[in-house]
Design a protein around this ligand. Structure first.
Ligand SMILES: Cc1ncc(COP(=O)(O)O)c(C=O)c1O
Length: 407
């Protein structure tokens, strides 16, 4: 049997044994191999109908009555409670709204305020920021530092334990590195941050919906994440903010809006924060996007995040195996860790001419993305990517690289 036939047969066997295979039917997909769900998740098939109902019946028919009768007003916390089990949180700790960037701002400033409860006192004047972070977190942490009289200090996640001190107020970390797909040790890093008396803020954009996070179990203080990647909420769908229940009374938002007020319709001139995670809200929620997200979350009914993680690792293992078998030595180098404990749900391959290679892949129906300067990024969403897709993606990559070499 040729190598291609062998791996194609293996893909068939893996697909036949896949307990999540049926979930794919719940998405709108075509013959394209879609490996970009770590950037924009695919459309769940029930979303268009639900959005149409929200627009025509709730908005068009009920109009303003929908704030109560269609549950618009309570959507941020209701949908937060739907996301909660996916990230290991008990209800009442997550609110949905705003972008990840805005929630990073709220969380980092609130963490610094918790670390220095006496205004002008406390002496915790450093924010450690993941030096490998998705840029927006770094920009916002830098601004939050300036506003709170702190110094931002970029460190890699591995350097965090050595950089912590009595001066550390907050540490902002990514659970999975957006470029390399490296999974960081959230339990150990959170414990180290706590041992130093500081607060940990985690960005879950690349882990929520792809692997178990265990926010409550590991005592994470604050967390943020987007919903348009592995949670399939749609382009620009609202992000979320987690505030651990025992910290909620001390969560002093830098963006106190009327939606964070204890009595939003009291129209008072003085601010009194709402009880619980609700104080993480700001202004009027983006109802159309939010309710599209709510519908998208239906695909998680009866799905265990542990099963998703097991399939994700099997998919990335199989992709690395197929790339190893098909692509000539030296053409690509994986920058994603081999160890399961250090791998998210993507594989990043460093490759000469990566931008052009990705264009050629997309033309042939294999959609990943390119990250400057030389990385091909492939995301594996276990709910709709199968093993035959993986084998095809590696085969097409080998073809594209072979043709590039001949040219
Ligand atoms: C890790 C990470 N953080 C933050 C963001 C930005 O989120 P937003 O555009 O929702 O503010 C992204 C976007 O891809 C991301 O990957």
């Amino acid at each position: 049997m040729s190598e291609f036939a062998e791996l194609a047969a293996k893909a068939g066997a893996l697909d036949a044994a896949d307990e999540l295979a049926a979930a794919r039917k719940q998405f709108v997909l075509d013959e394209v191999v879609y490996l970009d769900g770590n950037s924009l998740g695919a459309l769940p098939a029930n979303v268009p109908g639900r959005v149409e109902d929200v627009v025509r019946r709730q908005w068009g028919g009920l109009r303003i009555r929908s704030w109560d009768e269609s549950g618009w007003w309570t959507a941020p916390e209701r949908i937060g409670d739907r996301i909660a089990p996916l990230v290991g949180a008990a209800p009442g700790q997550i609110v949905v709204g705003d972008s990840t960037s805005v929630n990073v701002f709220k969380a980092v400033v609130a963490a610094v305020r918790m670390a220095n409860p006496v205004v002008g006192g406390g002496g915790r004047d450093e924010i450690l920021v993941d030096a490998t972070t998705f840029p927006t977190d770094g920009y916002i942490a830098e601004s939050a530092a300036r506003m709170t009289g702190c110094a931002p200090r970029p460190v890699t996640p591995a350097q965090v334990p050595g950089a912590l001190s009595g001066r550390t107020a907050a540490v902002l970390l990514n659970h999975v590195d957006y470029r390399t797909g490296r999974l960081h040790d959230l339990p150990a890093l959170t414990a180290a941050v706590h041992a130093a008396g500081a607060y940990a803020v985690w960005d879950l954009c690349h882990s929520a919906g792809a692997l178990p996070v265990g926010l409550d179990e590991h005592g994470v203080d604050l967390a943020v994440g987007c919903t348009y990647k592995y949670l399939n909420g749609g382009p620009g769908s609202p992000a979320y903010l987690y505030v651990r229940s025992d910290l909620q009374d001390r969560f002093d938002s830098p963006l106190p809006g009327w939606n964070s007020h204890a009595e939003p319709f009291g129209m008072r001139s003085d601010f009194a924060p709402a009880a619980g995670a609700l104080r993480g809200r700001v202004g009027t929620p983006d109802i159309l996007s939010m309710l599209a997200l709510e519908a998208a979350l239906d695909v998680w009914e009866g799905v265990s995040i542990e099963a998703v993680r097991a399939k994700s690792l099997a998919l990335t293992d199989f992709f690395l195996e197929c790339v190893g078998a098909y692509v000539p030595d030296g053409r690509v180098e994986s920058v994603t860790p081999v160890a399961h404990a250090e791998r998210g749900s993507q594989v990043a391959l460093r490759c000469e001419g990566a931008g052009d290679v990705m264009k050629a892949l997309i033309e042939r129906g294999v959609v990943g993305d390119f990250r400057h300067p030389d990385v091909l990024r492939f995301g594996f969403t276990p709910l709709y990517v199968g093993f035959a897709d993986v084998e095809r993606a590696a085969r097409v990559l080998a073809e594209v690289l072979g043709e590039a070499r001949r040219r």
